[in-house]
Design a protein around this ligand. Structure first.
Ligand SMILES: *Cc1c(COP(=O)(O)O)cnc(C)c1O
Length: 425
C-alpha cells in the first residue's frame, strides 16, 4: 500500500496520455451512450459506469476513491452534507420498528437526528454513555437492535471512544459498528483497523478544511458479514425496487455501500455537486500536512492555556492530565486533531466577554478550518438541548470550543492572551 501523502495526491484520478493533469469538473447531469443495451446494462448494475449524476459522476467519484483508500475501505459514497451521510448510514440497514444504539456524546446535529427525526421514522434510539462498560452495553442490545453508532473523538466534548471494545460487543451480537471519524480524519485514526465496520464523515470539516464546501461521506470496510448475521434481509434478499438485485450475492464485500447508492441516494437525492467535489478533492490533496500542523499548533495552545491563571480547565486528549490520554495514545497516536475545549474562570459571562475580545480567531459556527475559529456551544450549536441533555452530551455552560488553525502559533497565543487580559474575573 502507498503512503497516505501519496494516496491524497494521486488516488481517485489518473490522467491518461494528453489528459488534464488536474481532475476535470464534469458539470453534467447526464452521460451520452450509443447503445440502448449498454444503458440497460448500466441500469441493471451489470457494468460499471456513470449515467446520471444523482447516482454517480466522475468528479465526485475522485474524492470517493481517495477517501475509501485512506480509510482502507472497499468503497465510499460522498453526500451533500455530513448529516445526509449519517442518516443514510443508519436507514440503509434500519427500518421502522428497529432499534439502534447511539453514544450520547455526539455532535449536536447527530443527537437530534437520532433523538427526533429517526424516531419520527419509527426507529428507536437507545443513548448510551461513551464510557459504558461492555457488559452494560451488551445488556442494552435487543433482538431488533441493528447497529451501534459513536464518534472517534466527540464534537464538542472530545471524548475518545474505545472503538475496539464497542466493535467487540457489536460483533458478539452480529450487528455493525458505525463510527463518525470527522475530527481525526483517516490521517490520525482509521477506525477499520480497530474493528469498526462503517465510517461516516462530515467532509465539511478537515477533509475540505478551507470552510468552502459542505459535504459528507460514508465508507464501507467490506468486513461485516451481512449474510451470516441473519439480521439484514434487505441486503441478502432480492430488492424488488432494483430489478430484484441481491446486494450481497452480486456485490460481495461492497454490498452495503452499493445499496446506499443505488437505493438510498436514488430515492433521497442528497448528492454533492461536481463543482463542490472538485474543491473537496483538491483540498484533500494537502490533508496530511495540514493535519500534522493543526495537531502541533493545537498542542502548543492547549499547553499554554493549561498554565494560564484565568483558565479554569482545559480539555485536549493529548495533554497528560486528560482523562482520555491513555485511549488517545492508542487511537490517536499521531495527534489529537485541532479542537480544544476549555473554560474561562467566571463562567458564562466571562466566556462571552472573552470570545468577543478575540481579534484573530473568528467567532463562527464551524470547526476544522485552516483559520482559527471558536464558539460557545451552550448558546449556539447546542442551544436546543435542555440543561440535562447538555450534561449528557458533555457540554458544560462555560465550555468554549476552539479549533486551532494554521496561523503562526505565536499569533494565535498572543490573540488568546490579549483577549484573556480583557476578561474581569
Ligand atoms: C459537523 C459535523 C457533522 C455534520 O456535518 P455537516 O456537514 O455539517 O452536515 C457530523 N458529525 C460531526 C462529528 C461533525 O463535526
Amino acid at each position: 500500500m502507498q503512503g497516505i501523502e501519496t494516496i491524497c495526491l494521486h488516488e481517485g484520478y489518473t490522467p491518461k496520455n494528453g489528459e488534464a493533469s488536474v481532475l476535470p469538473i464534469y458539470q453534467s447531469t447526464t452521460f451520452r451512450y450509443n447503445s440502448v443495451d449498454t444503458l440497460g446494462d448500466l441500469f441493471d448494475l451489470k457494468i460499471p459506469g456513470h449515467f446520471y449524476t444523482r447516482l454517480s459522476n466522475p468528479t465526485v467519484e475522485a474524492p470517493e476513491k481517495k477517501l475509501a483508500a485512506l480509510e482502507g475501505g472497499v468503497g465510499a459514497m460522498i453526500t451533500s452534507a455530513g448529516q445526509a451521510a449519517t442518516l443514510i448510514s443508519v436507514i440503509n440497514i434500519a427500518s421502522a420498528g428497529d432499534n439502534v444504539i447511539c453514544s450520547s456524546a455526539v455532535y449536536g446535529g447527530t443527537y437530534n437526528l437520532f433523538n427526533v427525526t429517526l424516531r419520527k421514522l419509527g426507529i428507536d434510539t437507545t443513548f448510551v454513555d461513551p464510557n459504558i462498560s461492555s457488559d452494560e452495553l451488551s445488556a442494552l442490545i435487543k433482538p431488533n437492535t441493528r447497529l451501534i453508532f459513536g464518534e472517534t473523538l466527540t464534537n464538542p466534548s472530545l471524548d475518545v471512544l474505545d472503538i475496539e471494545r464497542f466493535a467487540k460487543v457489536a460483533h458478539e451480537h452480529k450487528i455493525p459498528l458505525i463510527i463518525d471519524n470527522t475530527f481525526p480524519t483517516p490521517i490520525l485514526c482509521r477506525p477499520f483497523e480497530f474493528g469498526a465496520d462503517i465510517v461516516v464523515h462530515s467532509t465539511s470539516k478537515f477533509l475540505d478544511g478551507h470552510a468552502a464546501v459542505l459535504g459528507g461521506a460514508i465508507v464501507d470496510s467490506g468486513n461485516f458479514d451481512w449474510e451470516a448475521s441473519g439480521k439484514f434481509p434487505e441486503l441478502c434478499e432480492p430488492d424488488e425496487s432494483y430489478h430484484g438485485v441481491r446486494y450481497v450475492e452480486t456485490f460481495g464485500k461492497a454490498a452495503y455501500i452499493t445499496k446506499a447508492r443505488t437505493q438510498m441516494m436514488r430515492d433521497l437525492g442528497c448528492m454533492m455537486s461536481p463543482n463542490s467535489a472538485f474543491l473537496l478533492n483538491m483540498n484533500m490533496e494537502t490533508l496530511p500536512i495540514r493535519m500534522e500542523r493543526h495537531c502541533q499548533n493545537a498542542l502548543a495552545v492547549a499547553k499554554h492555556l493549561e498554565q494560564h491563571p484565568k483558565i479554569a480547565w482545559v480539555n485536549y486528549p493529548a495533554l497528560e492530565s486528560n482523562k482520555y490520554h491513555e485511549l488517545a495514545k492508542k487511537y490517536l497516536k499521531d495527534g489529537c486533531s485541532a479542537i480544544i475545549s476549555y473554560g474561562v474562570k467566571g463562567g458564562k459571562a466571562a466566556a462571552k466577554q472573552y470570545l468577543e475580545s478575540l481579534e484573530l480567531a473568528s467567532l463562527e459556527i464551524h470547526v476544522a478550518d485552516i483559520r482559527t475559529c471558536c464558539l460557545h456551544p451552550a448558546s449556539t450549536t447546542h442551544r436546543q438541548l435542555t440543561d440535562e441533555q447538555l450534561v449528557e452530551c458533555g457540554v458544560s455552560p462555560d465550555l468554549i470550543r476552539m479549533s486551532i488553525g494554521l496561523e503562526s502559533v505565536e499569533d494565535i497565543i498572543a490573540d488568546i492572551d490579549q483577549a484573556l487580559e480583557k476578561v474581569n474575573v
